[in-house]
Write a protein that binds this ligand. Structure first.
Ligand SMILES: C[S@@+](CC[C@H](N)C(=O)[O-])C[C@H]1O[C@@H](n2cnc3c(N)ncnc32)[C@H](O)[C@@H]1O
Length: 230
């Protein structure tokens, strides 16, 4: 569980074994992010993944983009420790780690600008002001012409849509093997421990942050993915 965007005790160990039964198509998101990078920016020199969590996306991308350096950013030392344990020794020359929130002053070594920035399921803990700051920070950090990809939990457009979405998402979790009590606890966090906005609000935020190309990449259940070019 996350409280105020921070994982509770022992959560990082639990995360990797439970994410597939919590977020429908979670592993497909990662595959589609990699496919999109292959199409839009096939040879990125530098890729920054903020809210990297346990390093799952970068772990997959390292195998596909053999010439790419990766910077993993996350404010949680516990989540980052898991990412480091999976990636640091195997890919020591291609990965570096920064324990920071996207909203902090991120200074990259040599003032380098990433070709790709990803932010997956990590900015929905922020309220409006923080979310605007985090999105603008991604824009500022990115190289001109660079690619930004973000996936987030989404608020449906209507209250009936939100109720149906929650039931559908809960049904997914139960069918995937989660207990009813654990599922109910998870669904109750919507709008309480994280603060989803609608697809329209995301598109407006990304355009207002300055991106010249803003596209919807994915929408399923209560998650959506977007990509943008600076
Ligand atoms: C649900 S996990 C997602 C992790 C990973 N991106 C993934 O797809 O598996 C959310 C992550 O966002 C991080 N996080 C929370 N607030 C953040 C912020 N303001 N900036 C960057 N990361 C944040 C948490 O520490 C956690 O590791």
């Amino acid at each position: 569980m996350f409280k105020d965007g921070k994982p509770t005790q022992n959560f990082p160990q639990y995360y990797d074994s439970h994410i597939d039964i919590t977020i429908p198509y979670y592993h497909t998101f990662n595959i589609e992010i990699i496919n999109l990078v292959k199409a839009a920016c096939p040879e990125p020199a530098l890729w920054l993944d903020t809210g990297c969590g346990t390093g799952t996306l970068v772990g997959k991308a390292l195998q596909v983009f053999s010439g790419t350096q990766f910077i993993l950013v996350d404010p949680s030392s516990e989540m980052m420790a898991v990412a480091k344990s999976k990636l640091e020794s195997k890919y020591s020359s291609r990965v570096s780690f920064l324990e920071m929130s996207t909203t902090q002053e991120i200074i990259l070594p040599g003032d380098k600008k990433p070709d790709v920035i990803t932010a997956v399921m990590c900015h929905h803990y922020l309220r409006e002001k923080g979310r605007v700051e985090a999105t603008r920070k991604c824009y500022e950090l990115l190289k001109p012409g660079g690619l930004f990809i973000t996936f987030e939990n989404i608020r449906p457009f209507t209250l009936p849509g939100t109720d149906i979405g929650k039931t559908n998402w809960g049904n997914f979790q139960i069918a995937a093997g989660k207990s009813i009590a654990e599922t109910e606890n998870h669904i109750k966090r919507f709008g309480v421990e994280y603060f989803p906005i609608t697809v329209e609000q995301h598109l407006a935020l990304l355009r207002d942050s300055g991106f010249k190309v803003v596209e919807l990449l994915w929408y399923s259940y209560m998650q959506a993915g977007f990509y943008c070019i600076k």
